[in-house]
Design a protein around this ligand. Structure first.
Ligand code: ATP
Ligand code: MG
Length: 576
């Protein structure tokens, strides 16, 4: 199957996609199961913001549907009124669209089916496949048994149909307090699969639902709502994560007892990413505990956080494609994601110069009032992006780290008496170092420039070992820059409990640099571009923190590619 994906820059990639889920779907299409139709869905619960794990599921579900000219709906599985909100519904729709997918007219809510689900429940009561239980929640748990012990029947299990219908209708009518009754499926308390031990279908919750208001005070559990919602919508392939494998017999049981056609459920491994957690609940706890600035904190693995950080939707889709879909749970190294983000940005990000930690440099032999404009290349990977002119003058800023008064052996950049090249401009030589009289810190450098070296070559053929970026002080734009590291200092924080999760956060995950100096073309940066600051990485404007008189940039990703290093080490090992 050939798939076209549009990407920034206008070119398209054509790829043959294949994995065990796609193979199963293609097989069903060939054998005309479901009349050759393909219908999938992405079914988030609106109880948090989407993260990159959800992106894997979105790319898979929308991808499969489009490869077969089928339908993929966006269905909010909103059966739990206590932690669902329309804020989450809005953010989920925004994120799915941003990632590049469109559900068209197929927007669905499980809460639209509350009446149908209620009728399904009555149907099961009538056929003696469901009963109202009045045990307490604790007793229900105790009666359920364990993996090694069978459960035992509730004393309420043999209520008559008439009694059950009357109680269930009373539950709906609001006659009972929370916890007094539940509706359960009547299956088998001795089943080896605990999901089949008379699972709860409905509970009483006297809470306002963000969509249905106070209309209902009984709510179906996810396990009862999910399969029936799929069936009501005509879903053919219900693609979900591995933890639902043991729920499949239950979903089948409900649909069989209701005589409703089944979708085919196919389970795949969820994405785990190193140094972060992919669980809305745990991410929500970080937000609530004030450990991050919000769901869209640029350190969060949420789609809104990644968008704010400058990750492109193309790179997230490429990432999902690269990791593929498998049946076994693994953890993907964050360095791979960063590698893919970098690769995409390399092709489309304009190059600019910005000095993160400025050191003032005066060119003693450069005239005071003179300003020259040097021509700089916007992207060496893409000549169509053209050039720009950058002002050069007597006082410049260089990067503090690019000067060393007492350079160690392999330090080739600026040092007393040494000459370096300024990108797109001249050779300069450090003549004198000015120190702060109190602290002794290097405060300023006095240099000379060689007027014959414009463009970076000396007519006498002499060489320099370093090319540095710079900004003209008089023309520079002030900015605050935020640098990010891994959110957690441990590799697999997802294994930690909520209680100790926060204590494993990386205290150096956010570093704020003030007084950074950028070239003047960044005075009015484009809000949807990511730039490469030469030698420093990729950066984008922070849409939330920037204002008319304050410019804030986020570093999307540094230039150093740890993934490439991991790969080349692996390669070397194999060859030895
Ligand atoms: P979370 O634990 O973050 O709340 P969830 O599975 O409970 O995740 P849902 O809102 O139910 O969240 O997820 C919607 C869909 O996204 C489901 O089909 C689910 O299987 C899928 N999904 C969630 N997390 C991942 C993940 N890490 N990798 C792949 N798919 C995922
Ligand atoms: Mg869930």
């Amino acid at each position: 199957m050939s798939v076209k994906m549009s990407r920034r820059g206008g070119d398209e990639i054509h790829k043959l996609k294949s994995d065990f889920v796609r193979d199963a779907v293609s097989q069903d299409v060939r054998s005309n199961k479901f009349g050759g139709r393909v219908q999938t869905r992405f079914p988030p619960e609106p109880n948090g913001y989407l993260h990159i794990g959800h992106a894997k599921s979105i790319c898979l579900n929308f991808g499969i549907a489009s490869e077969h000219n089928g339908v993929c709906s966006l269905r909010f599985d909103d059966t739990n009124p206590s932690n669902e909100e329309s804020e989450f519904v809005e953010s989920i729709m925004k994120d799915v669209r941003w990632l590049g997918f469109d559900w068209g007219p197929h927007l669905r809510y499980a809460s639209d089916y509350f009446e149908e689900l209620y009728q399904f429940a009555l149907q099961l009561i009538r056929s003696e496949k469901a009963y109202v239980d009045s045990l307490s929640a604790d007793d229900i748990r105790a009666y359920r048994g364990t993996l090694t012990e069978t459960g035992k029947n509730s004393p309420y299990r043999d209520r008559t149909v008439v009694e059950n219908i009357e109680l269930f209708k009373g539950m709906r009518a609001g006659e009972f307090p929370e916890g007094s009754h539940v509706l359960r499926a009547k299956i088998d308390m001795c089943s080896g699969n605990i999901n089949m031990r008379d699972p709860v279908m409905y509970r009483i919750v006297h809470a306002r639902h963000y969509r249905t208001g106070d209309k209902w005070c009984i709510y179906p559990l996810y396990d009862f709502a999910h399969g029936q919602s799929d069936a009501l919508e005509g879903v053919t392939h219900s693609v979900c994560t591995l933890e639902f494998e043991n729920n499949r017999p239950l979903y089948d049981w409900f649909l069989d007892e209701l005589s409703v056609a089944h979708p085919r459920q196919i389970e795949f491994a969820r994405l785990n990413l190193s140094h972060t957690v992919l669980s809305k609940r745990k991410l929500g706890e970080l937000v609530a505990g004030g450990h991050v600035s919000g769901w869209d904190d640029p350190r969060m693995p949420t789609l809104s956080g990644m968008r704010r950080r400058g990750y492109t939707p193309t790179s997230l889709r490429n990432f999902c494609e690269t990791i593929g879909v498998a049946k076994r749970n693994t953890t993907v190294d964050m360095a791979l994601l960063e590698h893919i983000v970098r690769k995409d940005l390399n092709s489309c990000a304009p190059r600019v110069m910005g000095v993160l930690r400025p050191l003032r440099v005066v060119l003693l032999n450069y005239p005071e009032e003179k300003v020259e404009h040097v021509e700089a290349i916007n992207n060496p990977e893409d000549s169509s992006m053209g050039t720009r002119s950058v002002p050069f003058s007597r006082v410049l800023y260089l990067e503090k780290d690019d000067f060393n008064e007492d350079p160690p052996k392999k330090f080739y950049r600026l040092a007393p008496g040494r000459e370096v090249r300024l990108r797109y401009a001249y050779f300069i030589r450090c003549e004198n170092v000015v120190h702060n009289p109190e602290t002794g810190e290097v405060e300023e450098l006095h240099c000379t420039y060689d007027p014959s070296t414009l463009g970076g070559m000396a007519p006498d053929g002499r060489k320099v070992k370093a090319t540095l970026h710079w900004v003209s002080a008089a023309h520079s734009v002030d900015a605050e820059i935020r640098l990010y590291e891994r959110l957690f200092s441990v590799e697999e924080p997802s294994a930690l409990t909520s209680e100790i999760l926060a204590s494993s956060l990386n205290p150096e995950s956010l570093q704020v640099l003030r007084g950074c100096k950028l070239e003047p073309s960044l005075a009015q940066p484009s809000s949807d571009s990511t730039y490469q600051f030469e030698r420093q990485g990729y950066f984008c404007v922070d849409s939330i923190e920037s204002s008319e008189n304050k410019l804030v940039f986020n570093r999307t990703v540094a230039l150093r590619d740890t993934w490439a290093r991991i790969e080349s080490k692996r390669h070397a090992k194999r060859n030895n």
